[in-house]
Design a protein around this ligand. Structure first.
Ligand SMILES: Nc1ncnc2c1ncn2[C@@H]1O[C@H](COP(=O)(O)OP(=O)(O)OP(=O)(O)O)[C@@H](O)[C@H]1O
Ligand SMILES: [Mg+2]
Length: 417
């Protein structure tokens, strides 16, 4: 999501702390952030959509406590995220820093307060006694032992507080803490859930854009901050879409598009045949014969039978020479280069088509199994990684996604010679 231009000049005035000699300037918290910062609970669990202002909330709380002489730690899941926070804390606190240790990422402030910034990679390095406050950013992506074994014990002697900030990551340990905060029996705990739009500085049109581009569940997790029971699952309504009976050959007036995923090592080569007008998967072939020329021969025979307008084939590694050889034989093959950037939209477009009943499938058990097992992992960079689960295959998923890509392309047809 792009942050609206000039946002920092909007009505949010900086707010300042003045001690006798130092002045620290931060953003004026927005109303959602104020709710969290002012609440008296000892353990605060905040589940928010992307760009709500989680990290900023944590920085404000930590700085406020440290300027009051407290000892506080910041914990991020990765070194890079910890580094970003470390750099911005040094800038914000410039003038209040008495001593700085870059190696330990530790600031000693005027007035006796201390801030350390850590990454969650090594829970052992996190062991330390006597904390007043801990901020765990993107907590749902930290290992639960960071909290249970390292941070929680360090809060015992000074009865320290903790702030957990994150977008949900399914119903993992962070969800467990969120549920504690919803339970009146746990008076020390309080939890909140805010969608991205609770940040008044976010342009709602940006969020609406994301709603249209992302599969529904991804949008619900990342922007509405919902804790989804099977958050990693990509394709919905798979069984309901499996209504097509296999067809033996091309129908008059119909157009056909192929999607091809080449097999590697123990994998299969898969070919999906989509009827472009009626938006149905009418045939699916999957084979792992030895030798590329045999495999190309099988694909050429299929093409001879269905006479497709276009064959979209994965172009990575072995795909390149295979595509060239098939083009040389006169097949209408178009290359698709699979990268982290191109794979996301390819898969999301197929997921949307199934969700919206725009595509009907053959009830092929391999295909349905691969679609149902296909997973999405959110990386800390904010990007997503789509994959078969470890040990699983995804060749029919990719072949189908490529064929769907071909069908949804306009003007991409090539005549068959
Ligand atoms: N109260 C505020 N006033 C002005 N700008 C703010 C405020 N809170 C946050 N921002 C700005 O909004 C942007 C998003 O804030 P922040 O990084 O804290 O959000 P986040 O929820 O941690 O986002 P992400 O999901 O990407 O980690 C940042 O550029 C930040 O500086
Ligand atoms: Mg953040």
């Amino acid at each position: 999501m792009t942050w609206p231009k000039g946002v920092n000049h909007r009505p949010f005035k900086p707010f300042e702390w003045s001690m006798s000699t130092v002045r620290v300037t931060l953003f004026q918290p927005h109303p959602g952030q104020i709710d969290i910062l002012h609440h008296p609970a000892r353990f605060k669990v905040v589940a928010c959509g992307r760009r709500f202002g989680k990290t900023e909330t944590g920085k404000i709380l930590l700085i406020e406590r440290a300027l009051a002489g407290r000892i506080g730690w910041w914990i991020s899941p990765t070194y890079r995220m910890a580094d970003d926070v470390w750099r911005s804390l040094k800038i914000a606190l410039n003038g209040a820093i008495q001593a700085k240790n870059e190696h330990m990422r530790r600031l000693d402030l005027v007035g006796g307060g201390v801030i350390r910034v850590c990454s969650g990679h090594d829970p052992d390095a996190l062991r330390g006694a006597g904390l007043d406050v801990a901020v765990l950013d993107e907590a749902a992506y930290l290992h639960p032992d960071v909290w249970r074994a390292a941070i929680r014990p360090a809060l015992v002697d000074r009865r320290g507080e903790a702030l957990f900030l994150s977008t949900p990551n399914g119903r993992n340990w962070f969800w467990g803490l969120y549920m504690l905060g919803q339970n009146p029996a746990y008076a020390d705990w309080q939890s909140w859930r805010f969608p991205t739009t609770a940040n008044a500085l976010i342009d709602p049109a940006e969020v609406e854009d994301a709603r249209h581009l992302l599969p529904e569940r991804l949008f619900r997790q990342e922007y509405l901050a919902e804790f989804l029971a099977d958050s990693g699952r990509v394709f919905r309504r798979v069984e309901a879409a499996a209504t097509v009976t296999p067809e033996v050959g091309p129908q008059p007036g119909e157009r056909y598009v192929f999607g091809v995923d080449w097999g590697r090592d123990n994998d299969f080569t898969a070919v999906a045949v989509l009827a472009a007008h009626s938006r149905r998967l009418v045939a699916l072939d999957r084979f792992n014969e030895i030798g590329w020329s045999v495999q190309r021969g099988r694909l050429a025979a299929l093409a001879d039978h269905w006479r497709p307008d276009a064959i979209w084939a994965e172009a990575n590694s072995i795909g390149g020479p295979n595509i060239e050889a098939l083009q040389y034989e006169g097949l209408p093959v178009l290359p698709f280069t699979m990268t982290a950037a191109s794979k996301g939209p390819l898969i999301e477009s197929l997921a949307l088509a199934l969700e919206r009943d725009e595509l009907a499938l053959l009830p092929d058990p391999v295909l349905l199994g691969e679609l149902q097992a296909y997973t999405l992992e959110r990386l800390l960079s904010g990007r997503f990684r789509y994959n078969a689960p470890p040990g699983g295959h995804d060749d029919t998923v990719i072949a189908l996604a490529l064929a769907w890509h071909g069908v949804s392309q306009t003007g991409a047809s090539i005549s068959f010679v």
